[in-house]
Design a protein around this ligand. Sequence first.
Ligand code: HAM
Length: 432
Amino acid sequence: MELIATRNKGAEDILPSQTYIWQTVEDIARSTAATYAFEELRFPTFEKTELFERSVGETTDVVQKEMWTVMGRKSTYTLRPEGTAGAIRAVIQNGLLNDAMPRKLYYLISCFRHENVQKGRLWEFHQFGAEMIGSASPAADAEVIDFAHTLLDRLGLGDTRLCINSIGCPECRRKYYEVLKEYLTPCRDKLCETCQSRFDKNPMRIIDCKVPGDKELVKDAPVITDYLCDECREHFETVKSLLDNMGLEYTVDPKIVRGLDYYTRTVFEFVSDSIGAQGTICGGGRYDRLIDELCGTSVPALGFAMGLERVILAMKEASFDFGEKPCTDIYIGSMGDAGQQLAMKLAKAVREDGYRAECDMCARSVKAQLKYADKTGAKYCLIIGDNEVESKTGSLKNLRTGSQTQIALDDTFADSFLSVEMADSIAFEEEL
Ligand code: HAM
């Protein structure tokens, strides 16, 4: 029989042994976003294909080669390959451009790109992204980069390399494209087919091509930084001095052009050297023309996104302390109907205090229940049989120390359990 229950290549299951790690990362991301006054935005997994074509750009690898697209009844839809386009679409459509500016938003999303699968490169992956809408000031660039850096620092990745560049505005690019095309003309025929088609439409894309032969050909090509107009140059200089002022270390890498077409002026990447070839953990930049392109209103904006699979790989490499996987606080087992009824009542009472409580759901023997409690790493265990029901007392066992406490199985149970658990925790801390 054909095995249907097989996972697709390029997508990963995240099992309970790993979800607590993801939750730790997500909690740190959310709390860091809150300290920078960013609010969460949620938006659909798919959008009309045209949105990505117009924003990410028709000559990008993402649009030309990597999109997961399906035919609907009337339109063609694409699973989001990134978050900026959908986030900005939602901002425009829901009137958020009328809010007090700058509007600061973040998102935790899954994205989809049909790339060659390897370590840190998947078909379905996850991003934490942030967008600041409504400021053209270099202070916004510095603040957004600082936000990304602070988050990486809180994730134990503070030493990730920050590389920045400015890719200017259309005016700078007009000049740059001329010299770049002049440089590439003699080797035009040797470029990959996609880049040959990009030559006239968007030659800067060729700089970002992943094909090894093309990479070699553009190795010594002119760089955009040498062709910035006065305003773009001044903007970049101010961003750099603000980063210096905040003590953020960076290198200017004129080769960074980013793989998405909406960028203008500042672009940046945080790169880890510990996770292999796909070391770019975070990428972002300014996109002052995107909102105009989508709705005709000119509003500057910028942002970044981190790939969470890569972040977690790097955190593991850096031996980040994720703490212990949370396990059951108390297993309340039982024998017989009366025992089970009482066990379920007491479990409900301790859950009110936030404890993780479990009861027997399989009518198993006491021995099997004890084995289950042990296997699942429960901290305390209590078994209620007819004797316990009658005497309204039971023996609460600490499965870590082996100590036993007699406990009343009545309305005082939750309070008594809380006292025992707290006293044991204090004793455990003191021992450490
Ligand atoms: P991006 O550089 O395309 O930028 O993606 C951001 C991050 O997502 C990358 O640095 C990487 O960590 C992760 N990533 C990308 N593709 C994959 C993949 N196939 N598998 C695993 N991880 C991947 C953007 O997406 C922009 N929207 C960022 C942005 C927000 N710019 C302005 N605002």
